[in-house]
Design a protein around this ligand. Structure first.
Ligand code: ITT
Length: 195
């Protein structure tokens, strides 16, 4: 079975591929000619829906989108849906992390550091949204980056039950408890019941 992930973020694709093993043939938008989908929504579900539905109008493949991000409670849920552009419109992981560290440095030292990653996945075919699932992982945020695995905010996030950041932990450990894996498990269940 083959699925098209409606993403240009190769890190997401790689994690999804590792989690799915060889049960699915996974490809993404990199190298394909699809026009960019503007993420005009204000929620993960809205943006995940925009991406999956729009791309699925342009292919016969089963499409799955991933809209995800980090919510820091002391920053009222920022960066949230703006996670990929927190450091500016052409933000990258470096700039986004710098922006977050700057914001964290302005917080009182005793303020709680709780945070979570969220992921919403939408399944679509031929312009129709068929299903959607979400996953999250609770944890806390630290002031200075640690580790170099993973991507995005991984160097600043420690999942509950661990003392290392997602960027210090083995990729397999991240994949066993991440927001993405928790959404993906439900996608796989749905696919096995439906497809
Ligand atoms: P696509 O829209 O093409 O899928 P994107 O990276 O722009 O790629 P999002 O709009 O969903 O995707 O933004 C997700 C951002 O949230 C991502 O760029 C990271 O900054 C952050 N993020 C999501 N999952 C993460 C993870 O597992 N580890 C670290 N950061 C993550």
């Amino acid at each position: 079975k083959s699925i098209l992930i409606a993403t240009r973020n190769a890190h997401k694709t790689e994690e999804i591929r590792e989690m799915l093993g060889d049960q699915f043939q996974v490809s993404d938008l990199n190298g394909l000619e699809f026009p960019p989908v503007e993420e005009t929504g204000t929620t993960f579900l809205e943006n995940a829906t925009l991406k999956a539905v729009e791309i699925s109008k342009q292919t016969d493949e089963l499409v799955i989108s991933d809209d995800s991000g980090l919510e820091v409670d002391a920053l009222d849920g920022e960066p949230g849906v703006y996670s990929s552009r927190y450091g500016g419109e052409d933000g990258n992981d470096q700039l986004n992390n710098a922006k977050l560290m700057e914001k964290l440095s302005l917080l009182r030292p005793d303020v709680k550091r709780s945070a979570r990653f969220r992921c919403v996945m939408v399944i679509a075919r031929n312009g129709q949204r068929l299903a959607h699932f979400s996953g999250s992982v609770e944890g806390r945020i630290i002031d200075e980056k640690r580790g170099d695995h993973g991507f995005g905010y991984d160097p600043l996030f420690i999942p509950d039950g661990h003392e290392k950041t997602f960027a210090e932990l083995d990729g397999q450990i991240k994949n066993s408890l991440s927001h993405r894996s928790r959404a993906l498990t439900q996608v796989v269940d749905w696919l096995s019941q439906t497809a």
